[in-house]
Unconditional design. Structure first.
Length: 110
């Protein structure tokens, strides 16, 4: 089981704000759990919680958790077959779209 960090939440918030500034990014200001302006991220977070955190946790330590997250993100982007984009992994679809940009779904011939 992972322990809570000793670092105060206020310090983490300051660091978070600094990182946003460095990346020229703006934090979402929607109400908690109501991020219509960021629906894609919310959808990913829901899948992540169920598929990795709930189904495969807990982890022995932070190192094991970091490896599990990296493996999940790699699978999610490179091997997961996505039904809305022709049952191909997202990375493959993006590569095909970069070569043949079109508003409709790309058809994959096997």
């Amino acid at each position: 089981m992972l322990q809570r960090p000793d670092e105060p939440a206020q310090y983490r918030a300051i660091r978070y704000t600094q990182r946003l500034d460095e990346a020229d990014a703006v934090a979402s200001v929607g109400s908690k759990g109501d991020s219509y302006d960021n629906a894609l991220a919310e959808a990913f977070n829901s899948l992540f919680k169920v598929e990795l955190v709930r189904n495969k946790g807990p982890w022995r330590d932070i190192n094991h958790l970091e490896v599990a997250v990296a493996e999940y993100v790699d699978w999610f982007n490179h091997r997961r077959l996505h039904g809305e984009i022709g049952h191909v992994p997202p990375v493959e679809y993006e590569q095909l779209h970069a070569v043949h940009p079109a508003p409709e779904l790309l058809s994959i011939s096997n």
